[in-house]
Write a protein that binds this ligand. Structure first.
Ligand code: TYD
Length: 206
């Protein structure tokens, strides 16, 4: 058994989860905890290379099946090189996205793919987070923020509003199905209010 704790942040593009991951990391670090802040796709040198294949290029670059394999491959490397060693030494790992993103995004592309995602997860990842924050917000506002950043990593944002709506619904359903680890957070508020709520919940679950 791992001694450390895995906390993940999920939600649609532009929902503010990267900011909230960082704020929670800072808040827990200030209490003296050993924190590893990481992200997906990526989080280890090999997985960051796979990330570029996934987030750049035209939306039709990969089939949904290939995409699931690439995300899972990146996650396996991230697990091996970053997450597991940190958990083994007792650290708290905070990951900006994890397996729920594959369940929701690739499942949103085609519903029947969800079973395939779960099979790969069970076969080569085999661990879910201890605590997950799902930041929920108005999809049109999130899309606007995502496009505003103009990072060059627009492949998923370019899938458009209908896709964002399905992603939102997917995350909400996931929160309903996993109430013991998932907390749905109202993201249509100011950053500090959201951070306070998250910090309170994380503190309660320490
Ligand atoms: P991310 O870097 O979190 O983008 P952002 O900061 O804009 O939210 O993720 C890049 C994209 O990859 C994002 O659109 C979500 C998508 N994604 C999946 O489709 N499946 C996955 O398993 C993961 C981890 C991300």
């Amino acid at each position: 058994m791992n001694a450390g704790r895995l906390i993940t942040f999920e939600g649609m593009d532009g929902c503010g989860k990267s900011t909230q991951s960082r704020l929670l990391a800072e808040s827990l670090e200030s209490k003296g905890l050993d924190i590893v802040l990481t992200r997906e796709p990526g989080g280890s040198p090999g997985a960051e290379e796979i990330r570029r294949l996934l987030v750049e290029g035209p939306p039709e670059r990969w089939s949904a099946e290939t995409e699931i394999l690439l995300f899972t491959a990146a996650r396996r490397d991230h697990m091996e090189k970053t997450i597991r060693p940190a958990l083994d030494r007792g650290a708290t790992v905070i990951s900006d996205r994890f397996a729920d993103s594959t369940r929701v995004y690739q499942g949103a592309a085609r519903r029947e793919l969800r079973a395939l995602v779960d099979r790969f997860h069970d076969a080569v990842i085999g661990r879910d987070p201890d605590l997950t924050f799902i930041i929920d917000m108005d999809p049109s506002e999130a899309l606007r923020r995502g496009l505003e950043r103009d990072s060059g990593e627009r492949r998923f944002e370019e899938m458009g509003q209908g896709f964002q709506d399905r992603v939102r619904e997917g995350f909400r359903a996931l929160a309903r199905d996993n109430p013991e680890r998932c907390h749905l957070i109202d993201g249509d508020r100011d950053t500090e209010a959201i951070a306070r709520e998250i910090s309170r919940i994380a503190g309660r679950n320490t």
